[in-house]
Design a protein. Structure first.
Length: 549
């Protein structure tokens, strides 16, 4: 069959919002009466990235911005995203391909769901990039990694391992001394070559105030006009109090520090925002990039002005509120996205894809059938949550639709293939082969994990609807709706020709559970064996459309 090529359709409906920081570079509200086409090019509509991109760190090198995010058990890990205008972002590399400290990363002897790589700190110093991350694991699995590269796109090389630092910030001072700030106001100095800590340098650089009654974490340290600024998320558990971003400021890195609340704002009908960092422009303006919990889609990124007031980096508009729209830094930049369609025409897997845990490299191929992705059964497993080589991409708000075409002709007895809204609570379209017969099912799955090892203790599976299926090819589609008030709903469709679609089941509510996977829902292409190896499916294309904001 002739190869189908697919396009991304992404429309952004945007308006003007004034801000002191953006106004310096891009003009005032008097210029807002432009045609819609120009507005679309010149404005960022929040969320800047309406997808699961938590724990951001962002830096600028010349005219280019680089951003890193948490992806935990998904591989490759620590994605590096690039932008020229803080609007169009593309994934350009990963800090590492796999983590190999434990069989958990291979979905054996436990799992790494909700753990793995967390809150990477990204820095540029003396012509090199550095990334520091500490997996949220106990024991040696949680030891901190420091990677380095000449280019943010890679190749990244492991520089050192050392003790665990939670939600840490790597910081190079002007005198070339290097520090790691972590936990709740803890700091240690590193050796000049970053090989380890300097023993005896541990310090609590501030004492938390009485009103900091919850978690205080997510350290991001910057230096501006000779002062040190440590940004942190504060979870305040008290009546009338909300999650907020706080800043600790000092003239000396060792203190004393004083504190100010720099953002306490809800946005878009969702919860209050916090955790992220600030970054400057070539022209001296500043912006904040802060994440917000948004239910089933995950934790999204918002862009906002950062205004220096009395020496404090105050976030939000002039009222301290996250704005709906922010003027982009530049006009005319190429359109880029972090979620992309794919016709699998390359011999390398696109950087927009991530595997669930470490992949089994011998069990997938882009060259055995050129123009198709081949997913082989690599291990006999009892359920989806232990299946290797589940291939994922983020879902996006406010609405999105993804579909795949599968060749089922080489499936074997006991094989399960499909396309799902994947999470600890999953709903998907599954083709199951029993003997020589195929069944198409819409199934809801839920996994129970042990607290310590994240081992799969049980999986419940409910068949919502099923039908016999006899063709060797099938098209499967998921439409997701994350608009405020809709409730994170997904609908599921199948087709025998890619043109006429039939819905299975009703709407499914996607969920976010920080105690299990701690991630937003993902599109997932699935193939695994429950009885014997030797089968495979071929994937012709992943088609994708993103709805309007």
């Amino acid at each position: 069959m002739k190869k189908r090529f697919v396009l991304v359709i992404l429309s952004l409906v945007v308006c003007f919002v004034t801000s002191e920081a953006a106004g310096k570079r891009s003009g005032s509200a008097d210029g807002a009466s432009k045609a819609n086409e120009t507005l679309v090019k010149d404005y960022v509509t929040n969320p800047m990235l309406w997808a699961d991109v938590p724990d951001p760190d962002i830096i600028r090198v010349g005219d280019t911005y680089y951003l890193v995010s948490t992806t935990m058990h998904l591989m490759p890990g620590a994605p590096i995203m690039r932008s020229k205008d803080l609007k169009n972002w593309e994934t350009v590399g990963y800090v590492f391909d796999k983590l190999t400290d434990s069989p958990k990363y291979d979905l054996q002897e436990g799992t790494a769901y909700g753990r793995g790589q967390w809150a990477t700190s990204l820095k540029y110093h003396n012509g090199r990039f550095y990334a520091l991350l500490a997996p949220n694991e106990a024991g040696a699995m949680g030891d901190t990694y420091i990677f380095t590269a000449e280019k943010a796109e890679g190749e990244w090389k492991l520089l050192s391992r050392m003790r665990h630092f939670h939600d840490c910030s790597l910081f190079f001072d002007d005198d070339n001394r290097v520090y790691v700030i972590y936990g709740t106001g803890e700091m240690m100095e590193l050796k000049p070559d970053l090989s380890d800590v300097i023993e005896g340098t541990h310090q609590h650089i501030f004492k938390r105030e009485a009103d900091e009654t919850g978690l205080l974490e997510g350290s991001r340290m910057i230096k501006h006009n000779g002062k040190y600024y440590l940004l942190m998320i504060s979870h305040v558990y008290a009546p009338g109090r909300h999650r907020r971003e706080v800043c600790y400021r000092a003239n000396d890195i060792h203190g004393p520090y004083e504190k100010n609340v720099i953002l306490q704002s809800p946005f878009g009908g969702f919860s209050y925002e916090a955790q992220g960092t600030i970054v400057d422009t070539e022209w001296g303006d500043w912006y904040g990039v802060i994440f917000q919990d948004r239910g089933g889609v995950g934790r999204v990124l918002t862009l906002m002005p950062c205004r220096w007031i009395d020496g404090w980096p105050m976030l939000g508009d002039e009222e301290g509120i996250v704005p709906e729209r922010v003027r982009a830094l530049k006009s005319g930049e190429p359109e880029h996205h972090i979620v992309c369609p794919d016709n699998f025409g390359s011999d390398k897997l696109g950087l927009h894809w991530q595997w669930n845990h470490n992949p089994m490299d011998k069990a997938w191929s882009l060259t055995e059938r050129p123009g198709w992705l081949r997913l082989k059964t690599g291990r006999v497993v009892p359920n989806l949550y232990l299946a290797p080589n589940t291939l994922t991409q983020r879902m996006e708000g406010p609405m999105c639709s993804g579909s795949v075409k599968l060749d089922l002709s080489k499936m074997r007895d006991g094989d399960v293939a499909g396309f799902a809204a994947f999470n600890d609570e999953t709903c998907g379209l599954f083709i199951k082969k029993n003997g020589k017969k195929l069944t198409l099912q819409l199934n809801e799955l839920s996994v129970k994990l042990s607290q310590r090892e994240k081992a799969v203790e049980s999986v419940t599976e409910k068949t919502v609807e099923e039908l016999k299926y006899s063709a060797n090819e099938v098209w499967l589609r998921i439409d997701a709706d994350f608009r405020p008030g809709v409730g994170d709903k997904a609908k599921f469709y199948y087709s025998t020709d890619g043109t006429e679609w039939a819905q299975l089941g009703d709407e499914y509510k996607m969920r976010f559970d920080w105690q299990r996977f701690f991630m937003g829902s993902k599109f997932a292409i699935i193939n695994y064996a429950t009885k014997r190896l030797g089968g495979w499916i071929d994937v012709d294309a992943f088609s994708y459309q993103a709805g309007e904001k």
